[in-house]
Design a protein around this ligand. Structure first.
Ligand code: PMP
Length: 286
């Protein structure tokens, strides 16, 4: 049985209980982070910590934990649960005021709820989708307007994933006003004329920690980058396509809405980016 962290204590998962009035449960009033673990080390902990602080700030919440404490909780979970490869999930909610009310409770009297747990994923590095690529469908983006905040409102992305599964695809890219925003749980990219194209940062997409790292490494490797909108039809005609996220790193996309991209196998630039990303991030893992 896993040991999890809840509000200051490490306890067995079946003893971790939160209130039915927790605003995370009643209103999705919470933020989260997912940090990958490779060979017992955390990938880009610093980046995830900074985004957590930003998400909390945007929702008028304080960060109840310092970076040092948070890092030591992550490390303890890796050790206690023997996580070689996998991830650490972190969630902070506005807590429970002991009742249901749209008005935010007074933070002085309502402590936030802090939950962390680990998930083992032994094949994190060599998952089948990294080797063969994934098939995606396009769907309308029906999420709210502050997608840059990493909240736990994940119902629409989850519905999108199910829409993909129903037609034997792996994931969905969401489209707003004719342009791709991002994947259900990842950022979206195409390669055209040898250039990496991805939507620019705004409130429309989550500012992926993996996105930032991949673009930095791509620039260092003299690859050209264009941060701009692209459509599904442009993506279908692209040379390559891929996604990035903390748990999938760089993963090739080989078909969109049932149509192959190029010859339907992972592209060389995507594979190179995956290698560079993994090499560089493992070097600085803590
Ligand atoms: N976009 C969305 C909607 C996501 O949920 C995620 C992953 N949580 C990402 C992008 C990728 O972000 P990161 O690289 O920080 O995992």
């Amino acid at each position: 049985m896993r040991t999890v962290y809840l509000n200051g204590s490490f306890i067995p998962e079946n003893e971790a209980k939160i209130s039915i009035f927790d605003r995370g449960f009643l209103m999705s009033d919470g933020v989260y982070e997912v940090t990958s673990v490779i060979e017992r080390k955390l990938i880009d902990f610093e980046g995830h910590f900074h985004r957590l602080e930003r998400s909390l700030f945007e929702l008028d919440m304080k960060n109840p934990l310092t970076k040092e404490v948070l890092l030591s909780i992550h490390k303890s979970l890796i050790n206690k649960n023997g996580v070689n490869n996998g991830l650490i999930y972190l969630q902070i909610t506005r807590g429970s005021a002991g009742d249901r009310d749209f008005v935010f409770p007074d933070p002085e009297t309502t402590p936030q709820t802090v939950v962390l747990f680990s998930q083992n994923k032994e094949n994190l590095l060599d998952s089948p989708s990294a080797i063969s690529g994934i098939k995606i469908i396009s769907i309308e983006d029906q999420r709210w307007g502050r997608r840059d905040i990493k909240t736990t409102q994940l119902l629409y992305p989850s519905i999108g994933k199910m829409m993909a599964k129903k037609v034997n695809a792996d994931d969905a890219w969401m489209v707003q006003d004719g342009y791709v925003t991002e994947g259900t749980s990842n950022n979206a990219y195409i390669i055209k004329n040898g250039k990496i194209i991805t939507r620019a940062k705004s409130n429309d997409i989550l500012h992926g920690i993996t996105r930032a790292a991949v673009l930095r490494f791509a620039e260092e490797a003299q690859m050209e980058i264009e941060e701009r909108n692209f459509s599904i039809s442009e993506a279908r005609d692209a040379e390559e396509a891929f996604i990035t996220s903390a748990s999938s790193f760089v993963t090739p996309v080989v078909s969109i809405d049932g149509q192959n991209i190029a010859n339907g196998s992972p592209g060389p630039m995507t594979q190179r980016l995956r290698e560079i990303y993994l090499d560089e991030s493992i070097k600085t893992a803590i």
